[in-house]
Design a binder for this molecule. Sequence first.
Ligand SMILES: O=C(CO)[C@@H](O)[C@H](O)COP(=O)(O)O
Length: 230
Amino acid sequence: MKDNRFKIAPSILSADFARLGAEVEDVIKAGADWIHFDVMDNHYVPNLTFGPMVCKAIRPWTKAPIDVHLMVEPVDSLIEPFAKAGADYITFHPEASRHVDRTLSLIRENGCKAGLVLNPATSLDWLTYEMDKIDMVLLMSVNPGFGGQSFIPETLHKLQECRWILDQYEKKTGKKILLEVDGGVKIDNIAEIAAAGAEVFVAGSAVFSGKNYEGYKKIINNFRKELDGV
Ligand SMILES: O=C(CO)[C@@H](O)[C@H](O)COP(=O)(O)O
């Protein structure tokens, strides 16, 4: 049984790029909730992946939300192209945008949900004046740029702090902001990460190590079993 509290979002950074559409279809059929789409520009991060054209190409393969994580600088010129390509969530790193408030507004005006991404060393203070324009906070538990890195343990404390901030805000305003975590999420730490307050789990190498639909299903089921105990 799917627990609606928790969303599993496989990062297609670790998928087989030669058959991306089928990979997207397979992980969602295997029980994942969202598709996490890592955009890297070889400028903000030292790696290069894909852009709006690839997002548009995978869009017909699933109805599941596509969660676009922009690791790019500058940010604003990519918002409309990604919205048109079918993105549901667009998140970006605040230090990569000259005008964070404007970028958040732009995402919302383009009909997408907006989020800020905070690197391991980036302060939660970035959230303070922007909570009303944020639908999701993504805490990086690795330094951005590559899949397959190890979870940075200090992130657990940051997750707890962020959970507290989001809960206080929800109590005051009634507005729910999702808390997503990205990097090094595995079967042996997902329960601890959930207990610290995360609700959306990006997992790239862990899920795609399953190699095919059956393998993905097994791994996602194991994630769910871990989450059921939280
Ligand atoms: O954004 C990133 C890396 O910058 C992540 O989405 C990783 O791609 C997650 O990969 P794993 O750590 O799960 O392999």
